[in-house]
Design a protein. Structure first.
Length: 320
């Protein structure tokens, strides 16, 4: 159970927030001042703090700055009725506020924000353990949210490692490739299940949410101190060879090699798997679509090598 804290000098606000999160799985703390909030923080590990700014004594910005020194991994959210640009910039620059919420808040949006902060906090601490069993558990957790991807992580790891071996990558790089392939979709932990499992074409707002998952996962992996190769895979596995991918629009060899490898494995398995918007493609149709992406979505040299691996596997299995 994660602990979340709300800091506001108005009793009515504190009570409203306690009611809003009464049925949540989180342990909820409230504080009426910065001093009380810091006392709570010294005694508890908090995943997220939501603090008002205009309070007697120390302001919310001053409080969150001290909270940052005391518990740097805790997500800090500023809530205020005075939504001027200067306050927002001060909150971001001085105390590294993760988000800025304006009163009166939208209940659903606030609940989603806090839940997202909790997930980010838990993911960060899990990745920081640098334990492959934890990585595997995270991959399983993602697949429970997105049940169409069951087994996807294992297959992406298998395909990526086969391609890495064919390219003669050194052992250390292979380890980071394995970790990146396993965790490539870790950012989906922060994507609502309703979006992941939407039975049809996503609208532009839903696509915007989906397209945030590489950034979200990459930021957390970076903060957890993971190797840069692993971070690059998580961050860039949806970049296209022609520069039309996301989140940054990198193209060609500017996309890290390991991310291009995982992209090939990811796309190939996706074509052969059920998705909310379509059934798995027959192998011959999937292969045609996969080849059609060579030079546009995928690195053509890697596609060539991957097809050779697939064909060799068919010969080994006695498949014509």
């Amino acid at each position: 159970m994660a602990t979340i804290m709300f800091v506001d000098d108005e009793a009515g606000i504190r009570n409203a927030l306690k009611r809003l999160f009464a049925d949540s799985p989180h342990n909820v703390l409230v504080a009426a001042s910065a001093a009380e909030g810091l006392e709570h923080l010294r005694a508890n590990t908090c995943a997220v703090i939501v603090s008002d700014n205009q309070m007697p004594g120390e302001s919310g910005i001053e409080f969150l700055y001290k909270a940052r020194q005391l518990a740097p991994d805790t997500l800090r959210v500023m809530m205020t009725a005075y939504a001027d640009l200067g306050t927002a910039l001060n909150a971001i620059n001085h105390c590294e506020a993760y988000r800025f919420v304006v009163k009166p808040w939208d209940n659903q949006e606030l609940v989603e924000l806090v839940n997202n902060c909790v997930l980010r906090f838990e993911l960060l601490n899990s990745l920081r353990l640098k334990d492959e069993a934890i990585y595997s558990s995270l991959a399983r957790a993602i697949e429970l949210k997105d049940h169409y991807t069951r087994g996807h992580s294992d297959r992406v790891v298998e395909f990526s490692m086969a391609l890495g071996r064919r390219l003669g990558l050194p052992p250390d790089t292979m380890i980071h490739l394995q970790h990146g392939a396993m965790l490539h979709d870790c950012g989906k932990i922060g994507v609502p299940e309703a979006v992941l499992n939407f039975p049809g074409k996503l609208d532009s707002d839903q696509m915007d949410i989906i397209r945030k998952h590489p950034d979200w996962g990459g930021e957390v992996a970076q903060a957890a101190g993971m190797h840069q190769t692993t971070v690059n895979i998580i961050l860039y596995h949806h970049e296209y060879y022609n520069g039309q991918g996301y989140p940054t629009g990198l193209a060609g060899d500017d996309i890290p090699l390991e991310a291009r490898i995982v992209a090939v494995a990811d796309v190939y398995d996706a074509l052969l798997s059920d998705r909310p918007y379509r059934k798995a493609l027959p192998p011959d149709v999937a292969l045609r679509e996969f080849l059609a992406m060579s030079g546009t979505v995928l690195d053509p040299l890697l596609v060539k090598n991957f097809i050779e691996i697939v064909n060799e596997k068919k010969l080994e299995d006695g498949v014509a």
